[in-house]
Design a protein around this ligand. Structure first.
Ligand code: UD1
Length: 422
């Protein structure tokens, strides 16, 4: 087991390049199974969730070739849809996209009930409602989900809540259905648009992604050879923006889509930090004074992303005055506050609300990453803290951040990964 050892306090300075989006990649890989052909996927983040998905996809009979660290080809001409390894699919959340993709391609699929970060109850009723509306029968039992259909026929589906996963999954299941599917109250996250663009590159007819109504005109087949590049990771870019602010640093963030970062840019400027767009994919973020308090409510895109809430929590912990975060998506997303309190923060979290009384400084401590984004927040906290911070449970962080310590080291952090036995 490894741990990260960080010696603070360092203002981060320099350039950092953002990887492809994890949440787009984990949907695009299953989506590639809809293609009776070969696709080349570029800008794929080299993270453990992607490697696990590749392993699952190969076990279904697809041939994967790593052309370089961030580019793969997937040949899914000869796949068998019902052999998804139940133990592997149970390991992470995004394996639920295999249901939509394989239902679409083969009309028959079984996967293990998806796992993933423990952020509270993570129901998939809206996914199931969508598959059933297309004509599938879905059974959940003994830790597995089975979905089958003789034929899939397009339908109108109103999502009771805005769900990233359900929106993407219904898109995947409906691209090869007969007729037209309309998803109402769809999620609008950048990765929804990216998955739709990927599907369209393969020959699908998906319109309206990025708005709350998505229309999918079913096509008979997706075939041929295509190449696609994954969109930059909004959450990774936001993590570095907040790291620049928290550490009173000065960062040029390259290969990001600045449009996707507007809600974060607006908030950090409101708090007294600076952000300037250099061009559509480069952002300059710097901060040379103590930031002021702010109130945050997490919301579906284009609102403030729940996946940046813990990282913003670090900034608020060392800002002037008392700030409040209201978490409206995940009920257990404040686990990181206990760890920050071990580092000298003054946070009271109850239910969906956390109150941050700003302190002058954090100090180093041994802490545990309870989930992926909590882990990112603890890295930022360690960089800002006096003394040495040790972060455990790195498997959560490795699921979603590519070369994280190398990226932070290049911009001045004193961070190293050591084996716990060392
Ligand atoms: C995705 C992201 C995750 C992010 C979240 C919200 C991936 C792999 N993960 O998760 O990082 O935190 O979006 O931006 O892309 N819900 C239901 N029924 C459903 C589905 C969801 O009640 O069938 C609820 C959830 O409990 C949650 C809310 O809807 O409260 C949003 O969930 P959803 O957008 O589906 O999140 P995920 O797709 O799981």
């Amino acid at each position: 087991m490894d741990k990260l050892v960080i010696t603070g306090k360092t203002p981060l300075k320099g350039e950092v390049s953002i990887s492809g989006a994890k949440n787009a990649a984990v949907a695009i890989l299953p989506a590639a199974l809809l293609l009776d052909g070969v696709c080349t996927i570029e800008n794929l983040p080299n993270i453990s969730d992607v490697k696990l998905l590749c392993e699952i996809i190969e076990s279904l009979g697809a041939k994967i070739n790593w052309v370089s660290e961030n580019t793969i080809t997937i040949d899914s001409r000869n796949i068998s849809c019902t052999n998804a390894p139940l133990d592997l699919t149970r390991k992470f959340r995004a394996s639920y996209y295999l249901i939509g993709a394989l239902l679409g391609r083969c009309k028959n699929v079984q996967v293990g009930m998806p796992g993933g970060c423990k952020l509270g109850a993570r129901p998939i009723d809206q996914h199931i409602k969508g598959f059933e509306a297309l004509g599938a029968s879905v059974d959940v039992g003994q830790g597995n989900i089975t979905a089958k259909a003789d034929r899939l026929v397009g339908n109108s589906i109103y999502m009771d809540i805005v769900s990233v996963g359900a929106t993407i999954n219904v898109m995947l299941a409906s691209v090869l259905a007969e007729g037209t599917t309309v998803i109402d109250n769809a999620a609008k996250e950048p990765h929804i648009v990216d998955v739709a663009n990927f599907l369209n590159t393969m020959g699908a007819d998906v319109r309206g992604a990025g708005t709350d109504v998505i229309k999918i005109n079913g096509v008979e087949k997706l075939s041929g050879n295509i190449t696609y590049s994954v969109v930059p990771d909004q959450i990774e870019a936001g993590t570095f923006m907040l790291a620049a602010v928290a550490s009173k640093g000065d960062l040029i963030i390259k290969n990001c889509t600045t449009k996707h970062l507007e809600c974060i840019t607006a908030k950090i400027i409101e708090m007294g930090a600076n952000a300037e767009e250099i061009d559509g994919d480069t952002l300059h973020v710097w901060c040379n004074k103590k930031t002021s308090k702010a109130n945050i409510k997490t919301l579906p895109y284009p609102g403030f992303p729940t996946d940046l809430q813990p990282q913003m929590g670090v900034v608020l912990s060392i800002s002037d005055g008392t700030s409040i975060i209201n978490e409206s998506i995940w009920e257990s997303r404040f686990q990181y506050t206990e760890e920050l309190n071990k580092m000298g923060a003054k946070i009271t979290a109850q239910g969906k609300t956390a109150i941050f009384e700003g302190v002058d400084s954090l100090y180093g401590s041994p802490v545990c990453a309870s989930d992926l984004r909590a882990g990112a927040a603890l890295i930022i906290a360690g960089i800002c803290a006096d003394g040495v911070t040790e972060i455990y449970n790195l498997e959560h962080i490795d699921r979603g951040y590519e070369n994280i310590e190398e990226k932070f080291r290049k911009i001045g952090a004193n961070i190293k990964r050591v084996s716990e036995d060392d």
